[in-house]
Ligand binder design. Sequence first.
Ligand code: CA
Length: 473
Amino acid sequence: MSGAARLAAAGWLAAAVLASAGVGRACPRRVVLDLDPIGDFDDLSALWVAAVSPELDLAGVVVTSGDPETSERAAARALAVVGRDELRIHRGVTPPAERPALNYWSQFPARDYEDFPELSRFSEGVSFTPDRQAGVDFYLETALASQAGVSIVTGSSLTTLAAALREADRRGVGDAFRAGVACVLVSGGDFRTAEWNVFADVPAAREVLASGIPIYQFGGEDEPKSRLHHAERARLWSAETPLTWTLQDFYRLYHAGNDPTAPYVPILYDVHPLAFLIEGERAARFEPMAVSVDDTGHLVRGPGTPNLMSRIPGSGGDLVDWILARLDLREPPAAAHLEAIRRLAASAAAPPPGLAPALDAASALLRAPAPPDAATARAKLAALGEQLAGLGELAPDARRHLELAQKFLLGDPRPDAWRDPYTDGYIRMRLLWMRASHVSKRKLAAVLALGALALLAVAHLRGRRRAAAGRVA
Ligand SMILES: [Ca+2]
């Protein structure tokens, strides 16, 4: 047995024992998120949940995307709104252009409308300087430096993680890297359909599945899972925090989305692994399986030694309420913005002496057992604001953080609130309209002609019936 295999067996056994003991928390809460921020709605949702959840220690973000530059800017905008600008965003490896010889979209019902997502526009106007440390190097550094191990949550293809495995082997630290990655929690993979994150890079998925690292696989397309329906969105929009507004901006670019089975209703799949990290078996239960990947990107269950934990379909219930309760949190993002001011003050040449006590007084508001009354909170934040001018060229950035902290704490009403029209009834009508608008002119003429003929036939029959009745009388 090679060193890697021994490590893998030991790691696997530990995970299996913990899982079977019902602990469900075998995975460390230090997390690397590997996402495709503009690939679908749920990647940024996962980023936001991770960034505002006090239970998680987010080490950084890796972007694995076909459009890394735009994706990084989207992630930067998402982190800035919740005061987590200190988190670094590392460019991963772009998934290969070559994909299985399978028409991926043929797995879905025909899409007869063209209201496609424009999530890349979320990055418009956002400036971001790419981090010099690439995603692969960040993976290696984080896993090798971590005493207790790190959990990797992937919501994109496994391209960057597979490249990190290869790079670790090339540098002769493959075993240490595999030991440092305590868990890989994969949002994706499916047995009945080809799921995108596996489909987009089958060789990478095979490498990760063969790595010996404990893998938790969260399924893909073949069961109803968490979706953000109109009623749940309305709940979010009514929270009126800077995050829920930004989420609404993002949703308005989602349009009919990628999945023709549920237009205008975004998925929340990629958040599921985070819920498991925090809630354990309340969020998901697993069974060990020996799984391989076929040439079309389907997972295949086989005999042999299990190489992953596959989520039991339906286990853990509906996560939407849990996710909503994270996305409308107020105190953690407000505290993060105050921490950002503290960091700016620490980097200033000569911070004003009144700044630290004003920051402490404002931070104490958030630790109070009961929410502060608005007048007290406003006064403490105003006192902090007076100190910020002393930060010189850092002052505008500090003021931005203070303004957002206040909006999280005291509410952020928008005068031009958008009414979310996408109720179930509206979606049905809208689809009918879009389908009708795609009927060709020739088909439309044929339908109208048939209708006119039917009307003529009915009128003719009625006339004959009336004439017959007249003769009888
Ligand atoms: Ca994703």
